[in-house]
Design a binder for this molecule. Structure first.
Ligand code: F6R
Length: 261
């Protein structure tokens, strides 16, 4: 696991944006795994800027999102398909048919979860999975005690996540859907590179538990300790509770540039 600590959220976006841009330049048909929420927004802005400057073409890439709320109409602005189109894929030139999101309408959620897993496999698997982290340590919407081997399925959000996400729903916790479909932890771990981004003091405890705490289903993001290529990119505030912070900083400063992240 590599820990990269940068001065601010914009710098986090630039580093991860340049990594994704390199990947797509090497393979225009790259399969990307996208997260929603606030954490990846500077990454998406960096990529959109590159596309608008003419330095990057994302039109051949395919994108799979991590999760989707159950119970919101697809037209709802906070349905994750609407959200990711609005903040990223429309401006980035990724067409709707290349944007894959979990299907949550209808009664066959179990079948649609299995089809989502199959679609990821058929696409050749995810090359780079972008992740945020919940203040309770979740990745995707795998809440504490999620099986570390879990696959795409329906989950119930914790009260902490409902409260955290109320900001997207006029600060009204009652409007936040209780249920989601999310890629499982086992699904996420199959991506060839996982990049978790976090910014702000509110993420510091969860980051420290995930990176330096024990591997435990109580902190789903700790499962990234098992991944052979996991990169955690943080701003100073999100990194502030890491015990080995000086080591992470000096290791990154001494890293040969050709290695990338
Ligand atoms: C979103 C997702 C979640 C978020 C997490 C952090 O697709 O999978 O794990 O990444 O809840 O959310 P933000 O970034 O809004 O703090």
């Amino acid at each position: 696991m590599e820990i990269v600590v940068l001065a601010d959220h914009v710098s986090v976006g630039e580093l991860v944006g340049s990594t994704i841009a390199d990947l797509v330049q090497n393979d225009p048909a790259t399969v990307l795994g996208l997260a929603t929420g606030s954490s990846p927004l500077p990454v998406y802005q960096d990529l959109i800027d590159r596309v608008e400057r003419g330095g990057l073409d994302l039109s051949g890439a395919t994108a799979f999102t991590l999760d989707e709320y159950v119970g919101l109409p697809p037209s709802h602005p906070e349905a994750y398909r609407s959200f990711i189109r609005r903040v990223f894929t429309l401006a980035a030139g990724i067409s709707d048919d290349r944007l894959k999101t979990p299907e949550v309408a209808g009664s066959d959620i179990v079948g649609s979860c299995a089809r989502y897993e199959q679609a990821i496999r058929s696409a050749g698997g995810v090359a780079l999975q972008l992740l945020g982290i919940g203040s309770d340590g979740h990745i995707g919407f795998n809440e504490p005690t999620s099986s570390l081997g879990s696959r795409t399925r329906m989950k119930t959000l914790t009260d902490q996540t409902l409260a955290d996400n109320a900001r997207f729903f006029d600060d009204d916790i009652d409007q936040v859907p209780n249920h989601v479909v999310t890629q499982g932890i086992g699904t996420i771990l199959e991506a060839r590179h996982v990049v978790l981004v976090a910014a702000g003091q509110s993420k510091a405890d969860a980051v420290a538990a995930a990176v330096e705490g024990p591997l435990t289903a109580m902190v789903p993001a700790s499962a990234l300790q098992l991944h052979p290529h996991a990169t955690i990119v943080l701003d100073d505030a999100a990194a502030s509770k890491l015990t080995l912070l000086d080591y992470y900083r000096s290791a990154y400063a001494r890293k040969p540039e050709w290695q990338g992240i």
